[in-house]
Ligand binder design. Sequence first.
Ligand SMILES: [Zn+2]
Length: 270
Amino acid sequence: MAGVKALPLILVFSALGGFFKILGGVLYGSKAVFVDALTSIANLIALLLAIKYWRSSLEPPDEDHHFGHHKLAFGGSILTLMAYSFVAGVVTLKLLDLREYSISLNAPLMAFLGVICYLVSIIISRRFSIVFTHYSTFTVSELIEGAVVVSTSLVGALYSYLIDYSGAVLLTLYIFYELRKVFTEVLGFISDVAPPRDLINVVKEEFVRNGLSLSELRLRRVDDRRYQGMAYVLLKPDENLTLASSKVDAIKDALRNYGVELVIEFRPGG
Ligand SMILES: [Zn+2]
């Protein structure tokens, strides 16, 4: 797969970007660049772990995971939350230190080099498949952060450390915003959310098309493209069970194309 071949390049450029920012934040005194450096490193770790968990989520069902391993993909999101929470704590401590500090002009330079490296890794990742979709949106926000950091650390180095400090505060607030966003996303997936109306209608229509009468339908989201659920079908006392079973099989096959996996049960009635 092309995306996998590009991965080392993406990682090298992301790591290089993080390295420049660490220099700018630690060696050259900019707090704004420091916050950006830590989020970049958290981002890189999150990417690596997301890929690891995404791969294990593709494993077929086995003895200890009868429904498959789809939800293992959320290991990546949960670890993203952990990495960003850790960074949020570290930078908050850094911000609580209110003493005056001075910033070298090398800090905005390093931040700028970091942005260039990120730009390259985004361009590479944009060319490849779905695996990196989440990652490239993450890094676009990295670029915006980069622009904020380059400008505030530059003005901070030339005029007042307070400008650099404000940049650091802004970025820290953004970390908390991202944390909230990722948390909501994860919660949405683990809380058995029903599919969108359109998809529910597709499922119902499939039963109508096959002449079966639906008494109850329950669906829940498993991951981005997958739903599982159960349906209760009302059978008239004189209905042919073999015929009804073959209709059920047809419905299951048709719905599999929409990522819907159904358990269908017969109930007397109709
Ligand atoms: Zn397993």
